[in-house]
Design a protein around this ligand. Structure first.
Ligand SMILES: [Zn+2]
Length: 281
C-alpha cells in the first residue's frame, strides 16, 4: 500500500461515474454543462503570475477552478516552505477549488531516458522540452515520486484526488501506480481517466501553453477546432488550461481568457471531482 491514500471511498459512490454524450449535449443546450478551468504549474516561482490569472478568473466569475500544483519544483521550491503559497491554496480550497498534483518536480531527471509509447516520446521531443518528468521515470521511480508528491501536499495541509503528469505525458503504467496510491483520477490531454471506474471521459483540453511561438499557434488552432467542431458534435465537458508563464503579457493568453468569458455566459464552473461524480444542476 502507498503511504499516500486520499480518503475517497464514500465520495458520492452511488453517482454515475462518467457522463454520457447525450446527457452532456442536453446539459450543454440547457446551459448547465461544466466548465473546468485549470491553472497549471502552480509553484513558488510562478506565484505572481498565478495570482494574476486567478484575479482575471475572478473578474470572469470562474470559480471554483482547478490548481495544478508542483510540489517540489526545486529544493528551494518545496511547497511546505512557502506559507504565502499555502495561504493562497487554502483560500482557493475554501472557495471550492480543487488541487491536482502536477508531478513532483516537473522536470525530466538528469540523464533520464524517455520511455513509454513512441508517440508520447515524439510529443515530448516536439513540445514538452524538459517537462516530461514521468516519461523519464521507471515504475519504481514513478511510484516514489507520486508518494513524495502526495506526502508534501499532505504535510502542507491539502488532499489531492487527481494527478496530472507534467505535459500530460507518462508511461502507460502510471495509471496503475496512481490507482494503487488511492488517486481518484488522472488528467490527460484528451481525457479524464476515472481510475476507480476504469473508464475515460473523452474531453480534449485547450488553452494557453505559456511557451509562445509556433506552439502557441498550434494550440490556438487546436482550441478553435475543439470549440467549433468537437463540442457541436460530441458535447462537453469544456476543459481549458492556463499556464502562468508570461500570461500577463501574452496575446495568446488574452485570447484564451476572452474565449473563457464567452463560454462562461452559458457554462457553470466546476472541478474534476464534480465532473466525475455526475452532473449537478
Ligand atoms: Zn505543467
Amino acid at each position: 500500500m502507498c503511504q499516500h491514500a486520499p480518503m475517497m471511498a464514500d465520495h458520492n459512490a452511488g453517482r454515475r461515474a462518467v457522463a454520457r454524450p447525450r446527457a452532456i449535449v442536453a446539459a450543454m443546450e440547457g446551459g448547465s454543462i461544466g466548465l473546468v478551468v485549470s491553472v497549471h504549474d502552480v509553484a513558488p516561482s510562478t506565484l505572481p503570475e498565478v495570482r494574476w490569472l486567478l484575479a482575471r478568473l475572478d473578474e470572469l466569475e470562474v470559480a471554483p477552478r482547478v490548481l495544478k500544483v508542483i510540489p517540489r519544483a526545486s529544493e528551494t521550491e518545496d511547497v511546505r516552505r512557502h506559507p504565502d503559497l499555502i495561504a493562497l491554496l487554502g483560500e482557493e480550497v475554501a472557495r471550492g477549488s480543487e488541487i491536482v498534483l502536477h508531478g513532483l518536480t516537473h522536470r525530466l531527471p538528469p540523464g533520464a531516458v524517455l520511455g513509454g509509447r513512441a508517440v508520447d516520446r515524439l510529443r515530448a521531443r516536439c513540445f514538452a522540452g524538459s517537462a516530461a518528468e514521468f516519461l523519464g521515470l521507471d515504475d519504481e521511480a514513478a511510484l516514489e515520486a507520486v508518494i513524495e508528491a502526495g506526502t508534501i501536499m499532505e504535510q502542507a495541509g491539502f488532499d489531492a484526488f487527481g494527478f496530472c503528469a507534467p505535459a500530460w505525458l507518462a508511461r502507460p503504467s502510471l495509471s496503475a501506480i496512481l490507482r494503487r496510491c488511492g488517486f481518484r483520477y488522472a488528467c490527460w490531454f484528451g481525457s479524464i481517466e476515472d481510475l476507480r471506474a476504469g473508464r475515460r471521459l473523452r474531453a480534449p483540453a485547450w488553452g494557453y501553453m505559456g511557451v509562445g511561438g509556433a506552439v502557441e499557434g498550434l494550440v490556438g488552432l487546436e482550441g478553435w477546432f475543439v470549440r467549433s467542431v468537437w463540442y457541436p458534435v460530441a458535447g462537453g465537458p469544456v476543459r481549458v488550461f492556463l499556464h502562468p508563464q508570461g500570461a500577463p503579457r501574452s496575446r495568446a493568453c488574452a485570447a484564451t481568457l476572452r474565449a473563457i468569458e464567452r463560454l462562461r455566459r452559458s457554462l457553470r464552473p466546476t472541478t474534476y471531482l464534480e465532473l466525475l461524480d455526475g452532473w449537478r444542476g
